[in-house]
Design a binder for this molecule. Sequence first.
Ligand code: TPP
Ligand code: MG
Length: 554
Amino acid sequence: MTGAQILIECLKREGVEVIFGYPGGSVLPIFDKLYDADIKFILTRHEQGAAHAADGYARATGKTGVCLATSGPGATNLTTGIANAYMDSIPVVAITGQVKSFLIGNDAFQEADVTGVTRPITKHNYLVKNVNDLARIIREAFHIASTGRPGPVLIDIPVDIQQKDIDFIWPETVDIRGYKPTYIGHPGQIKKAAKLIAKANKPIIYAGGGVITSGASPELKALAEKIKAPVTWTLMGIGCFPATHELALGMLGMHGTAYANHATMESDLIIAVGARFDDRVTGRIDKFAPYAKVIHIDIDPSSISKNVKVDIPIVGDARNILKELLEEIDKIPDTSDWLKTIQAWKRKHPLTYQYKGKINPQYVIEQIDEVTGGEAIIATEVGQNQMWAAQWYKYKYPRTFISSGGLGTMGFGFPAAMGAKVGKPEKIVFDVAGDGSIQMNIQELATCVCNKINVKVAILNNGYLGMVRQWQELFYKKRYSYTCLYNPDFVKLAESYGASGIRVTKKEDVRPAIEKAIAIDNTVFIDFIVEPEENVYPMVPAGEAINRMIGGMA
Ligand SMILES: Cc1ncc(C[n+]2csc(CCOP(=O)(O)OP(=O)(O)O)c2C)c(N)n1
Ligand SMILES: [Mg+2]
C-alpha cells in the first residue's frame, strides 16, 4: 500500500467518519485515494473553517475531529483552529501535506515549517520521515489527542512519503514511553477531601470543561445534591449541570451572575472540578475567594496550583474521582443557611435587561431557548453575542454549548456549528453570531449549502464590534476607535450562496422568525437588527475582584 492508502486505512480503523479539509499540491496523493474511499469528506472554503469544523464536531460528539490541508498556506491557515482546540482541550487530529522530504529546508514552493509553527499550539506533533512509521504515528496521534487532557495533534506528511509503497502493518497496541495519563485519583486525597467537605458550611462546586470531557455530569449532579452545594460553572463548563436546577448558580467570572461571583467570594470551600482558574474566572487573583479552602480535581497536574493555591489536589479523571468521592462522603455538611442566603441573592439580583425600543439581543437568545425548549446545540462567535448566548439560554445537557473559550476566536462559531451539525444531524444547531465575527468565516455558507448542512445563524447585528465598543465606552471615554462596522446585506448575501435570509427589526417578529428559520430546510441567516449600544452586564472590570461588578450586587 502507498502511504496515502495507509493513511486512509488507518483513519477508517480509528473510526473516523468524516474529514473536513481543502486540497493542494502536497496532498494530491491523499486526495486521489479519498476519491473512492468510504470516508465522508467535506470540502470547506477555507482551511480555518475545516479546523473549526473538526473542533465543533469533536465538541458535539465527543469523538476526535479530523482536518486535512496542503503544505505551506494550507497548513498555516489551519493554525488558528489548532490553537483554538489546544486552548480548550479538544481532541483534533490535523493532517498536513509537506514538500518532498529531500526539499525540506530548501524554501521549496509552498514549504512552511509546520511542526515548528505548531509546536506550542499542539499537544504533540509529528513530521513523518519514514513511511514505515506512518501507521504507528497515526495510532499514536489519535491516542494522544483523545486521552488524558485532550488536545490537537498534527501529522505532517511529505508528498514522497504519501507515494511510497510498503506492506501495511496495523499496530495492535499503542505504547508511548513517558505518556501515561493518570485516571484514578489518589485514595488518600479523596478521603481528605471527603473530610473537608463534611466540615464546610458554605461549599461551592466550581465546574469546568473537564466535567464534560470526562462525561462526569451525572456524578457532578449526584455530588451537588448529596452535599447540598450550589454549582457554578465556567464558559467551558456550560451544560455540565442543568441551568434549571435549583442548585444552579450559572456562570461565574467576568460576565458571570452576581450571585455566582458573590457565592464564590464568600464560600469556605471550593470544589473545583475540571476547571483551571482562568483569569476571566478569578479576576484579581490576590482577592479571589479569601475564605475558601480549595479541592482541585483535574487530569492535568500542571493545572494544579498554577493560579490559585490548592489545599487538596486530586489528579485524575473527574468522573472516576467523583464516583469515589461520593462513596467516601458519609457526613453531610449543613448548608441550609448558605442556600437560603444564595436564594435571596438570586431573587434580588437576577440577570436583567431593559427594553429601549429596539430588539434586545438578550431577548433573541431567550426566544431561541423557548422555541427550541433548551434542546438545541448553540455555537457562538466571540464578543457580546457569546456572553449573551452563555447567560440567557438554559442549557440542560453537556455538549450543547460550543464556544471558543481559551483563545476567544472570532469566526469560530459558524464553521464549528457546521461541524456540530455533521456530527449531530438530528439536532437543531444555531450559531449565535455577531455582525463582525460572522464575516470572518462567512465563506462556509457555500460548504453548508453544497453539503446540505442545515445551520441557523442568528446574527445579533448591532453595527459594532460590540464587546470592544463596550470596553471603549466604559474605559476609554466612549472613543469608538475603529469599532463601528459597515456591513453587507446579510439577507442578500445568504441568498446569493443559495441559503435563506430573514431580517428582523421588531420585537414581535423575533419569535416567528426563529420558528420560520427552523421550519426552512436550508441554512438560514437571521439578521436581527438589535439595540446598537447594549452592554453585557454584570461585568467585572479587568483586574478587579469578581465581586466588584458593574451592574451586579452592591
Ligand atoms: C480573530 C479575533 N480578532 C479580534 C478579536 C478581538 N475581539 C473580541 S470581541 C470583538 C468584537 C466582536 O464583534 P461582533 O462579532 O460584532 O460581536 P459583538 O461583540 O458585537 O456581539 C473583537 C474584535 C477576537 N476575539 N478574535
Ligand atoms: Mg457586533
